[in-house]
Write a protein that binds this ligand. Structure first.
Ligand code: GLU
Length: 471
């Protein structure tokens, strides 16, 4: 495989889409450029050795502040990768109307090689470096989880930040994806997966889209293959199975891939993997495929790459037998292989829209932190009381009583998690409609990725105009 780099791939997609807009060249150049990258190497004592650790934070666009994006722990982290991912964050935030610029951080370590204590040390040191350079803060740059990190790391980041910035009233908003007990928000962990579900549900409920790929409308019983059982892959599978009625026929993970015609129950597979030395191989009733990439080539309706970038390349794109690809991961398809997919009539739902559920709920978490109050606290009881009065009136008028279970459902006032899910669903549905409108009314645009880019670029260029930078 001799393909261009991840960043070049993102920029090539950008150029392709930009050619369909009337945005002046200067503004496009300004949007495309990465504003700032902090690259650092710091020593951390691990046992009797000193490890010199390389880390980055890229802030792609300052057109809106704070900048926002996850922190990745992976051996593959490099400057090109964080810049590409930060750029994707800018476009993603614009598409879902989250008022942030894009950023991304990375620490070039294999997190599974370190103990919890060592990871804490590395995370705290990295955070200290960010504080020192003014690369973190609720109004500056707000990290979040990404590949290899989770709520635990976010709690360490917050604690380090608070230690240095005691007395900053909005300090809790310096990072999102925190544990709910430590200023986090309910529903953040599942948010990216839930967003993927809402996005694919919208697509499958669009008759023109389904006619294009020769499928019936609705998610129910669609055959799905998932690559990656990390946070995003797990929740995507669980929610799509439970709420969408899909059938997962194949799963790919690091150790290999499996196939099961009558469907893999994701919950059981997750349990099985835990008890099976972290391996999905040998899951009851499944067939083990030749290697970990083989599941991607299974005949299915929807393929969901939920792992890392550059998984679908010019080497395997022509072998795919799916109708739709839902990019739950960032950058799983290289720019060069996308042409092959288009010629095969595969509809690609792009990352910058489909996996935006994570940052959307991060935005809600940040708002919660700035408001210093949990969502639903003011209205929950008021709403519930109003529904109870309504039910009582209907019962009086009809002379009939409803069951306690029905009453509980009808008179429920929204909890934080209900509001988070409602806000996320609204966001994903709304953004889908914006993208679909461009795609369906401008045939020359050809792909949903181009359409998504166009939506993003128009909003960002408007922001620049509003800032008075350009007419
Ligand atoms: N890492 C996630 C992403 O790639 C979430 C970013 C965030 O919540 O800021 O979108």
């Amino acid at each position: 495989m001799s393909e261009i780099s991840f960043l070049d791939s993102v920029n090539r997609n950008f150029d392709r889409a930009a050619s369909f807009t009337k945005i002046p060249k200067g503004i496009l150049e300004m949007i495309k450029a990465c504003n700032a990258v902090y690259e650092i190497q710091f020593p951390v004592r691990i046992g009797s050795e000193v490890h010199v650790i390389k880390a980055f934070r890229a802030q792609h666009s300052h057109h809106r502040l704070p900048t926002k994006g996850g922190i990745r722990y992976s051996k593959m982290v490099n400057k090109d990768e964080v810049e590409a991912l930060a750029a994707l964050m800018t476009y993603k935030c614009a598409i879902v109307d989250v008022p942030f610029g894009g950023a991304k951080g990375g620490v070039a370590i294999n997190p599974w090689q370190y103990t919890e204590e060592q990871l804490e040390k590395i995370t705290r040191r990295y955070t200290t470096e960010l504080i020192r350079k003014n690369f973190i803060g609720p109004g500056i740059d707000v990290p979040a989880p990404d590949y290899g990190t989770g709520s635990r790391e976010m709690a360490w980041i917050l604690d380090t930040y608070v230690t240095f910035k005691g007395g900053e009233i909005d300090a809790a908003g310096c990072v999102t994806g925190k544990p709910v007990s430590q200023n986090g928000i309910s529903g953040r962990t599942e948010a990216t997966g839930r967003g993927v579900f809402y996005g694919l549900r919208e697509l499958c409920e669009t008759p023109d889209a389904m006619a294009k790929v020769g499928l019936t409308t609705g998610l129910k019983n669609k055959k799905v293959v998932i690559q990656g059982l990390g946070n995003v892959g797990q929740h995507t599978g669980l929610i799509m199975q439970k709420e969408g009625g899909i059938k997962v026929i194949g799963v790919a993970e690091y150790e290999g891939s499996i196939y099961k015609e009558d469907g893999i129950d994701i919950e059981s597979l997750i349990e099985f993997r835990k008890s099976n030395n972290n391996s999905i191989l040998g899951f009851p009733g499944s067939t083990t495929l030749s290697d970990r990439m083989a599941a991607l080539e299974l005949e299915c309706d929807i393929l969901i790459p939920a792992a890392l970038e550059n998984q679908i390349t010019i080497d395997n794109a022509h072998k795919l037998k799916c109708k739709i690809i839902g990019e739950a991961a960032n950058g799983p398809i290289t720019a060069e292989s996308e042409e092959i997919l288009a010629s095969k009539g595969i509809l690609v739902v792009p990352d910058m829209y489909l996996n935006a559920g994570g940052v959307t709920v991060s935005y809600f978490e940040w708002l919660k932190n700035l408001s210093h109050m949990r969502f639903g606290r003011m209205e929950k009881r008021f709403d519930s009381n109003a529904y109870q009065r309504l039910v009582a009136t209907v019962e009086d008028l009809s002379g009939k009583k409803i069951s306690d279970t029905e009453r509980a459902v009808l008179t429920h006032g929204a909890d934080e998690v209900d509001l988070v899910r409602s806000g996320l669903e609204e966001t994903m549905v709304n953004s889908f409609q914006q993208i679909w409108k461009v795609y369906s009314t401008r045939p020359e645009v050809q792909t949903l990725r181009n359409a998504a880019f166009i939506v993003a670029l128009e909003k960002i260029s408007n922001d620049y105009a509003n800032l008075g930078i350009f007419p």
